[in-house]
Design a protein around this ligand. Structure first.
Ligand code: HEM
Length: 180
């Protein structure tokens, strides 16, 4: 994943838990990179190693780390560093979610080596929809949950989310039933 992801994780830890905690996490993760460069791609394993080290240093499940990071990504990193892109995504939660399937297309212009998530929408209603999430990576469902909660907060529209797996055996994806 691009360095901006790892950098954002570093900022989350430093701001909420302090520099010393970050130093300990970095050490126990075994990641030997001093500075993450935003627009340079890094091995996914680095991001996962950091998440696991945060989980053991803070004594919380990896899923909670990923969910916390999802909220942080939207409410801090995206808002502060990519404000215009976020604004262009929609004026309210529903508008933003309707746009989600094509959202990373623009990001690929900035980060051409991106391996983006894929989203498809189903059962779209006034105050709910099903978001299908496809990824080449394993285990990022809690990250998506945190991202959606963050989007709800950004638009002052609290959300509730139910996650299930598709029952089509030939096609594996997760379904986020979101309502607001
Ligand atoms: C301006 C805002 C955003 C930017 C700049 C951005 C950028 C990125 C980048 C750089 C990655 C790493 C992928 C790679 O390096 O190969 C990524 C991954 C991802 N993004 Fe975004 N993103 C943004 C907003 C969102 C939002 C609002 C969602 C909402 C659900 C989202 C969902 C994801 C997911 C789930 C992944 C993990 C990739 C996977 O599932 O395989 N992103 N994004």
């Amino acid at each position: 994943m691009y360095g901006i992801i790892n950098k954002s994780i570093e900022e989350l830890v430093k701001e909420n838990f302090g520099e010393t905690k970050w130093d300990a996490i970095k050490k126990s993760s075994g990641v030997e990179i001093d500075f993450f460069i935003s627009n340079e791609p890094y091995d996914d394993a680095i991001t996962f190693k950091l998440a696991v080290a945060i989980s053991s240093e803070l004594n919380v499940p990896v899923s909670s780390v990923l969910e916390m990071f999802g909220e942080w990504w939207v409410l801090r990193t995206a808002k502060e560093k990519y404000g215009a892109l976020l604004l262009a995504g929609g004026n309210d939660l529903k508008g933003f979610l309707l746009n989600l399937p094509v959202f990373h297309n623009r990001i690929m212009l900035m980060y051409p080596k991106l391996t983006p998530p894929e989203f498809k929408l189903d059962n779209i209603n006034e105050r709910s929809m099903d978001i299908q999430y496809f990824s080449e990576r394993e285990g990022l469902q809690p990250f998506v949950k945190g991202l959606l909660i963050g989007l709800g907060k950004m638009f002052n529209t609290p959300v509730s989310i139910e996650i299930s797996k598709s029952d089509q055996c030939d096609d594996h994806f997760d379904i986020f039933k979101i309502s607001w």
